[in-house]
Design a protein around this ligand. Structure first.
Ligand SMILES: Nc1ncnc2c1ncn2[C@@H]1O[C@H](COP(=O)(O)OP(=O)(O)OP(=O)(O)O)[C@@H](O)[C@H]1O
Length: 299
């Protein structure tokens, strides 16, 4: 069953329905940190119920984009998340964010951490044991996180994000440090969540994970180079591997162009459900937005 991922129902009002409205819409997004512009005018949309991979070299701005979407980064431009300005109280509880750094309590056990985040999520929370099981932590969930390996501790962070059952789940390299089996299980979980209406944005340095995504956003130096699919990326670059295709795009050495954000072909990765998300035309950047999230860091 699809979640209601939007605000007011659209059919009766004549507005686009929640399911057809983008879960995320970004136009002409600029972000500066410490006086230096980091993002230089991004345009993108994420369709509801899709998995989008965010790929780019270290320092290309992936985390900065994610921070913007979850409402902890000051920005200029037009950004809506689930129909609202990022960080607004009405949308905060519906957006999950798994950061790169460990964001759990090390003196608590895995189970206690997940239970705590489930309580914060209130009635919308998923089952705690199920969330722990999903990330493969059931056997060690009663040990303090301080005794976990790095990969195990990361999985607690992920379970804390999953247990809140968000409508938009933003994850910064969630599969780092995971063994192939757990990684496989997680991607299955991501797909199931998307099929149930959750919109997922996943950054990764593992290029093959692009095949798991409905759409892939390629970034370099604060710009969006392409909004495409893994298959289209191979086709348009003529490369055999995604690593090579990605390299061709980021170094600008490919023969063809993999597709501008607004101009990629509408294919999906082979055998995978989900409609590719298109991109939006640029709009005016006339009003700086100030996220209302009290945890915002506008550096
Ligand atoms: N507080 C800050 N002040 C100044 N520059 C910053 C700040 N935070 C990040 N940056 C710079 O912004 C750029 C983008 O950083 P960001 O963390 O978004 O990249 P990323 O693509 O997520 O990198 P990685 O893959 O290594 O995590 C980098 O050049 C980084 O040095």
């Amino acid at each position: 069953m699809m979640k209601n991922v939007g605000g007011a129902p659209g059919a009766a009002s004549g507005l686009p329905s929640a399911a057809s409205r983008p879960a995320v819409e970004v136009r002409d997004l600029h972000v500066s940190r410490s006086g230096t512009e980091i993002l230089h005018g991004l345009d993108l949309t994420l369709d509801p119920g899709t998995v989008t991979g965010l790929l780019g070299p270290s320092g290309s701005g992936k985390t900065t984009l994610m921070r913007t979407l979850v409402g902890v980064q000051r920005y200029h431009g037009h950004v809506t998340v689930l129909g609202c300005e990022p960080g607004r109280p009405s949308v905060r509880g519906r957006v999950g964010y798994m950061t790169q750094g460990l964001a759990v309590y090390r003196d608590l056990t895995g189970r206690q951490n997940v239970r705590y985040f489930a309580r914060l999520a209130g009635t919308r929370a998923r089952d705690v044991e199920e969330a722990l099981d999903t990330v493969g932590l059931s056997s060690i969930m009663d040990r303090p996180v301080s005794t976990y390996s790095g990969g195990e501790a990361n999985r607690v962070s992920l379970a804390c994000a999953l247990v809140a059952d968000p409508d938009l789940l933003v994850m910064d390299e969630p599969t780092v440090g995971l063994d192939p089996l757990t990684r496989e299980d997680l991607w299955t979980t991501f797909r199931t969540m998307a099929d149930c209406g959750t919109t997922l944005l996943v950054s990764s340095h593992v290029m093959d994970e692009a095949f798991r995504c409905d759409r892939v956003l390629l970034m370099r130096e604060g710009r969006l180079l392409a909004s495409t699919t893994a298959d289209d990326l191979l086709d348009t670059t003529g490369e055999n591997t995604l690593d090579a295709a990605f390299l061709a795009v980021v170094t600008g050495s490919q023969a063809g162009h993999p597709g501008s954000p607004a101009g990629t072909s509408p294919g999906s990765p082979a055998g995978r459900p989900g409609s590719p998300a298109g991109t939006s035309p640029a709009g005016p950047a006339d009003h700086p937005a100030t996220p209302s999230n009290p945890t915002q860091d506008a550096r």
